[in-house]
Design a protein around this ligand. Structure first.
Ligand SMILES: Cc1ncc(COP(=O)(O)O)c(C=O)c1O
Length: 456
């Protein structure tokens, strides 16, 4: 097979490239899937085979692949300045305009924007800002951070501590002490028989309050949540959940950080997941669709309260001692500005709202499929849970190898599928059309039928 020829991209890849979230030994045998180009919702491999990417890469290529207009903006920005830093008060027009635009979009009043390069950097930096704030107001004992089991918040050392998934900790000797995990608001899987969504939310809120009281509210710095839990395959908050949680955070003076890395910029049917679920965070982190994934850029948005703390602390330390070389990179910032302009011009939010019933209706119809236990979503994000028994919600035993079967059967439909275990997560490019949604749903139905035949 040509892939195995010496000097083929395949051979060169396995000789040189380390891949995230890949078994390093298996990769030496299996090798890479090499993609050469993309257009709209589709990507093409080196043999020209076309794939429908149901996850827009990693929940991020909101305007699809290969966006000419953004390429032109990047080219111009690179020619004009190319690079400058924003350390020590230096600035440039792209950093200024992007920050202004973000502040004008925020779901609740925000004061300042700190530009970073990835969702992971944004969350990592936000942890520092939380600690900085409590030190500024002379409450250094407020240091512990509560996130949710099943959540993912990035891959730096600290983000992995925020992440409530043991498989991200294993092998690294993490998490550090001081990172606490409360229940995931996964109504479908974790409610008890007869429990309503409201009752389930109350039970989780009570358990959060109990954790805070056990640890001592005076030691809890912040609560971290993504509006829709991407790390567990697009899990939506049940009714009343965030209302109850936010009341507890206010009661014990705990900062709220909303991780909008997936949900920001239209994904949930509003500009922010915080709008969809009525959140009023102190800090927002965002990335991905900020630049339609065409450049690595992220932002941390802070409210006045945090900014007041930063003034105090930077006086004490002489300056805000933090920064990344590429923070506010002018090329990335220019691409992000243009992305926001495109969202505005094509009424991206209006389009997502118009597609939402078609998307959720199409996937929702799969609930009749013998393998589907749950379908839940909002905007253009949804989770479809595959179960062995619809009545008991029992999952297939690991020995069935369900995730591998789902993935293989998706590929037979030329569909790139994202799944977390037995839950399929859909987050197509936001520009998806009605015809493409119908196409997606029929591919998903076909892969489920094939999988059913294999597991029956
Ligand atoms: C909710 C959430 N937060 C943070 C991150 C980390 O972002 P990045 O991969 O850009 O570092 C991700 C990535 O998928 C995410 O889904």
């Amino acid at each position: 097979m040509k892939h195995f020829e010496a000097n083929s991209p395949f051979a060169r890849d396995i000789a040189a490239v380390l891949h995230p979230h890949t078994n390093v030994r298996a990769h030496l045998e299996k090798g890479p899937e090499i993609f050469t180009r993309g257009k709209g919702l589709f990507v093409y491999d080196e043999d020209g085979r076309e794939y429908f990417d149901a996850a827009a890469g990693l929940w991020c290529a909101s305007l699809g692949f290969g966006v000419e207009r953004l390429a032109q903006v990047a080219y111009d920005a690179m020619k004009n300045l190319g690079y400058y830093q924003i350390f020590r008060g230096a600035s440039h027009s792209a950093a200024i305009e992007l920050s202004e635009r973000l502040l004008a979009l925020t779901p609740c009043p925000m004061s300042k924007v700190l530009l970073q390069c990835s969702g992971s950097e944004a969350n990592d930096t936000a942890v520092k800002l939380v600690w900085y704030y409590w030190n500024a107001v002379d409450k250094p004992e407020k240091r512990k951070i509560i996130s949710r089991k099943g959540s993912y918040h990035g891959s730096t050392t600290i983000d992995v501590c925020l992440t409530g998934k043991p498989e991200f900790h294993a092998g690294f000797g993490l998490p550090f002490p001081g990172f606490l995990y409360t229940d995931m608001p996964y109504y479908y899987r974790h409610h008890v028989d007869g429990e309503s969504e409201e009752q389930f939310s109350q039970r989780l809120a009570d358990s959060l309050e109990q954790l805070i009281l056990e640890e001592g509210p005076e030691t809890i710095a912040a609560f971290w949540a993504d509006p829709v839990v991407g790390g567990s395959g697009a899990v939506l908050p049940p009714k009343g959940y965030f209302e109850k949680v936010q009341a507890i955070l206010r009661k014990y003076d705990i900062l709220f950080v909303a991780d909008e890395v997936i949900c920001g910029f239209g994904r949930t049917g509003n500009m922010w997941g915080s709008q969809t679920f009525s959140l009023t965070p102190d800090i927002i982190t965002c990335a991905k669709a900020l630049s339609a994934a065409m450049q690595p850029i992220s932002a941390v948005l802070i409210n006045d309260r945090i900014f007041e703390g930063m003034k105090i602390q930077s006086d004490r330390n002489g300056r805000f001692v933090h920064g990344f070389t590429y923070a506010g990179h002018p090329v990335a910032a220019a691409v992000a500005i243009e992305t926001l302009k495109i969202y505005d011009e094509i009424d991206m939010i209006g389009h997502v709202k118009a597609m939402e019933p078609i998307f959720l209706g199409g996937l929702g119809a799969l609930k009749d499929h013998p393998l589907v236990g749950d379908v839940a979503g909002c905007g253009l994000i949804a989770g479809v849970e595959v179960v062995a028994d619809k009545k008991t919600r029992a999952m297939f035993p690991a020995s069935v190898g369900l995730p591998a079967k789902l993935e293989a059967n998706a590929l037979k439909q030329d569909l790139i599928l994202r799944h977390v275990g037995n839950r399929l997560a859909f987050s197509p490019a936001l520009i998806i059309t009605e015809a493409e949604i119908n196409d997606l749903v029929s591919r998903v139905k076909a892969l489920l039928d094939l999988t059913l035949a294999e597991v029956s």
